[in-house]
Design a protein around this ligand. Structure first.
Ligand code: C5P
Length: 476
């Protein structure tokens, strides 16, 4: 067994590890001296190792990983890499994790259910219509039991079925009937992986919160070369374990903490049929609401009109206009935390005739020869008003969508609105609105962090971590 100091050197040294984990270099030096990494940091180290393809077996005592318990359902699909999932089973079996395995029909052409049953010392499920299984462990129970459903290898076929809601066998039915975190480890021919259909399904699934262990690039069993190779089973195992640890460590972090989140666009009516609005989809705000709910918070989500499914949270309030969003948000105070991710319309639009002829605002405005002009009235700034009020929550977070001078503009908003954190992004090229990925900067009074491009779900996860740090440091 090598020591922790060697592992930290492989990860780029004390300074880099400290920077990557957002901790003090002296903490990492202590790990080196004591030859031990605290349990709650092991999953961070595992993520760094898997990124650099470092085999942790030589460094971390296996009991650190193997003490984990939880419930995993492994779905094995049919591909040349099916046999590699046996190694994933072997690694999971060394832990206290409760593992069930489902195989698709095609997987059974590569490996047998008997082999899987012997390895897992448990029945392997293969049939949606088994009378015996439906009595003892039906497909809904299989879908609801696990913390994580790992699909490895995941074929283009299962991705397409899940993305399109097809449930024509046990594996695809379970995936549709589950609330668990789904992790896919795709493996397929590079042309299949890069096919637009597969890539569209991939994007769609990420948007719905499915996680991926990206396929490796290299020589394939079919003789071609490219992206699509099944990742190392050890890597898959560590990814799943670190996911379970992450979920467990964060599950009750915000228990009984009240959080108000604004999301989506607002709409300013011009007349009963026309309106002015903006391009916000609500995806980021909904992802944040969902993440804080998972962490035990009492979340009130106040949302403008959107076309996406609502997340599970304590209370959802639907609003139309900025004025309504302002009033409803005020009515929910006091709260511990406020996160304003909504793209609130800055102005009410009041239509007027250039001739000053009166307009009846109850009726649809008719076209005539006179010019229509708009008078604007400023809407209340929800974020700023609450941040400066005596009902100010302990932590106030805003968003800043900019087309130029992103950091400078966000910084000046942070100061003028008197808030604690601001998430800034560049929306100049239409790559953000309605999309599932974003690249953001996180600014507080003293720092500006640049986050790599990631899914909105992952931004929600990292933002919740950041807020938790402030929450615990400030003892709010
Ligand atoms: O000033 P600007 O609209 O760019 O600021 C963006 C931030 O302020 C976002 O967090 C948004 O939710 C919030 N905001 C608000 N009420 C408004 C306008 C913006 O809460 N009327």
């Amino acid at each position: 067994m090598n020591n922790i100091s060697q592992l930290i050197s492989l990860l780029g040294g004390t300074g880099l590890v400290a920077k990557n984990l957002n901790i003090k270099p002296s903490t990492v030096s202590n790990w080196r001296k004591l030859n031990k990494i605290p349990k709650k940091k092991i999953h961070n180290i595992l993520s760094l190792c898997s990124g650099l393809k470092i085999n942790t077996e030589d460094f971390l005592p296996s009991k650190d990983l193997n003490n984990e318990n939880g419930k995993i359902l492994l779905i094995i699909c049919g591909g040349i890499a099916s046999y590699k999932s046996l190694e994933v089973i072997r690694l999971i079996k060394k832990t206290n994790i409760d593992l069930d395995v489902v195989m698709t029909k095609s997987a059974q052409k590569f490996i047998t259910p008997l082999l899987v049953t012997s390895l897992n010392e448990k029945k392997c499920y293969i049939d949606l219509f088994s009378v015996e299984d439906e009595i003892k462990m039906n497909h809904i129970m299989l879908a609801r039991k696990p913390d994580i459903i790992l699909v490895a290898p995941a074929t283009a076929n299962i991705m397409a079925k899940l993305a399109n809601g097809i449930a024509d066998d046990l594996a695809s039915t379970i995936l549709l009937a589950s609330f668990s975190q789904i992790i896919l480890a795709p493996s397929m021919n590079p042309v299949m992986w890069n096919n637009l259909a597969t890539q569209e399904n991939y994007q769609k699934l990420i948007g719905r919160g499915v996680e991926f262990i990206e396929p490796d690039v290299g020589d394939m069993a079919c003789g071609e070369n490219g992206a699509g190779r099944f990742p190392e089973p050890k890597m898959i195992f560590e990814n799943v374990i670190s996911n379970i640890i992450d979920r467990k460590n964060t599950a009750n972090q915000f228990k009984d903490v009240s959080i108000i989140i604004t999301a989506g666009p607002t709409i300013e009516n011009i007349d009963p049929v026309r309106f002015v609005s903006n391009k916000s989809s609500g995806k980021q705000g909904f992802a944040i609401a969902s993440e804080f709910s998972r962490r035990g918070a009492q979340v009130t989500l106040i949302t403008g009109p959107v076309n996406i499914p609502v997340p599970k949270c304590t209370n959802i309030i639907h609003v139309i206009s900025a004025q309504e969003m302002f009033e409803k948000t005020m009515s929910q105070l006091p709260a511990d935390i406020l996160i304003c991710s909504a793209a609130v319309a800055d102005w009410k639009m009041i239509p007027e005739r250039s001739s000053k002829e009166k307009i009846n605002h109850e009726n649809k405005i008719k076209k005539n020869n006179q010019k229509l002009v708009f008078k604007t009235i400023n809407n209340p700034d929800i974020l700023s008003t609450i941040a400066k009020s005596n009902l100010r929550p302990g932590i106030v977070v805003g968003f800043s969508a900019e087309t130029n001078d992103v950091i400078r503009n966000a910084k000046s908003k942070l100061i003028s609105k008197e808030i604690d954190l601001i998430v800034a992004n560049d929306v100049s090229d239409d790559k953000v609105f309605g999309k599932d990925f974003n690249k953001v900067f996180l600014l507080d009074e003293n720092n500006c962090e640049e986050w790599s491009k990631q899914s909105k779900k992952s931004i929600a996860f990292n933002l919740a971590n950041k807020i938790y740090k402030i929450f615990t440091t400030n003892n709010i």
